[in-house]
Write a protein that binds this ligand. Structure first.
Ligand code: PLP
Length: 392
């Protein structure tokens, strides 16, 4: 039987960039001890008090269908948090709760792109972006953020892409995979292009609690941007709740109203006990978020010391998120070759930059998601391996 082009084309006919990761998982399944520095998953689980609240809620009977846009308590909490952080007036009518940030990305593009519309996104990009855009029937088009410009996208490049006609632009700061935090100038430039070309801005801010250098600015707070910006948020990274699948979109009331129709006809909402736990977790305040972020801050500091002691591997300024983007071009290898040979030689798995787009070619992404000692030992091995390659 024939399947739809839309579903068979989600990966665009190419690799989805997870080859090294899958090879590492295959080795682990065969009993090989692999140091995995690949995916964005904390090495801690969800904190016990959050799980206790989940349990209390479920035992209290919150196991039936929950309200489709989200329970009022969580929508109010998200709205208050966003308003407190950005100063933009926000109510529950600006918020829909989704099964994670990924579902929010899909819903946001569904809301603003018709079939065949061009949806812009920035390269390097989080691995699912082009697939998510194809899944809604839109056409992904990347705009490069170059290593030479510290991976900050330039307004003129976005404008050049938008001139050919586009419905939306997807950005992500703090950025996965580069760890770069977009500056106010970058964001103002993006906002100006969105207004000039009548683009919707979809701003993926799932790493907004992990900023080590500079400040996180939500573009929804820039002048005249609230009416054209959809902010994607999530409990996954801020509260180590990746498996709970709880995220949201913050945007104009009209968009949220339409997204409720989409949710009614697709996900039918998020479990009530998960939402109660999320609401509880957010109400614990920023100290809990800082605690969850702390291991990444600490490992980044230690990593910078290791990297400062050698001169083959260069760190892209790591200002936020749980990753380091390393420039390994001095080895003469591509990110793909380097990641594969490192895995074969030392059983250390990292993501090739090419998995995240051509702008990250010659780089590798290292997730800081294992305990400090193993992380630093693996980084030292990686640097020594790179130095040997560079000598050849
Ligand atoms: C940039 C970015 N956006 C969105 C997501 C999706 O997160 P979730 O669906 O767990 O909220 C991730 C996960 O790694 C991510 O890195």
């Amino acid at each position: 039987m024939k399947l739809s082009h839309r579903i068979t084309n989600i990966n665009g006919g190419g690799s989805d960039g997870w080859d090294v990761f899958l090879k590492a998982r295959g080795m682990i399944a065969e009993g090989v001890a692999v140091t995995e520095l690949t995916i964005g998953e904390h090495d801690i689980g969800t904190a016990a008090p959050i799980l206790q609240e989940m349990h209390r809620s479920a035992m209290g009977g919150h196991t039936g269908y929950a309200m489709v846009p989200g329970i009022n308590a969580l929508r109010d909490t998200v709205a208050a948090r966003v308003q407190a952080r950005t100063g933009v007036p926000t109510t529950r009518d600006n918020v829909i709760i989704t099964p994670g940030g990924q579902a929010a990305l899909f819903a946001a593009h569904t809301a603003v792109c018709d079939s065949g519309d061009t949806a812009l996104y920035v390269d390097p990009y989080y691995a699912t972006y082009p697939g998510t855009i194809r899944a809604v029937g839109a056409v992904p088009q990347s705009v490069p953020a170059l290593a030479d410009n510290a991976f900050q996208p330039r307004a003129k490049d976005i404008a050049a892409a938008a001139e050919q006609g586009a419905a939306s632009l997807l950005i992500n700061s703090p950025n996965n995979p580069t760890g770069v935090v977009y500056s106010r100038d970058t964001l103002q430039g993006i906002a100006d292009v969105c207004k000039a070309h009548d683009l919707w801005l979809i701003s993926d801010e799932v790493y907004d609690t992990q900023v080590w250098d500079g400040e996180h600015i939500s573009p929804r707070a820039l002048p005249d941007m609230a009416e054209r910006t959809l902010v994607v948020g999530s409990m996954s990274k801020s509260h180590a709740m990746t498996g709970s699948r709880c995220g949201w979109i913050v945007g104009p009331e009209e968009v949220i109203g339409n997204l409720v129709n989409l949710a009614t006809n697709t996900t039918y909402g998020v479990p009530g006990y998960i939402q109660d736990a999320a609401s509880f977790a957010l109400n614990q305040g920023p100290e809990v978020e800082a605690e969850v972020a702390e291991p990444f801050r600490r490992r980044r500091e230690k990593a910078m010391e290791v990297l400062a002691a050698q001169n083959t591997v260069t760190l892209v300024p790591a200002q936020g998120a749980m990753y380091l983007m390393l420039d390994i071009r001095a080895t003469g290898q591509s990110g793909d070759d380097f990641a594969n040979t490192l895995l074969d030689a030392h059983h250390i798995a990292v993501m090739p930059g090419e998995s995240f787009g051509q702008a990250a070619a010659g780089h590798i992404r290292v997730a800081m998601t294992i305990d400090d000692d193993r992380f630093i030992a693996a980084l030292k091995t990686l640097c020594a391996f790179a130095a040997d390659l560079a000598k050849k």
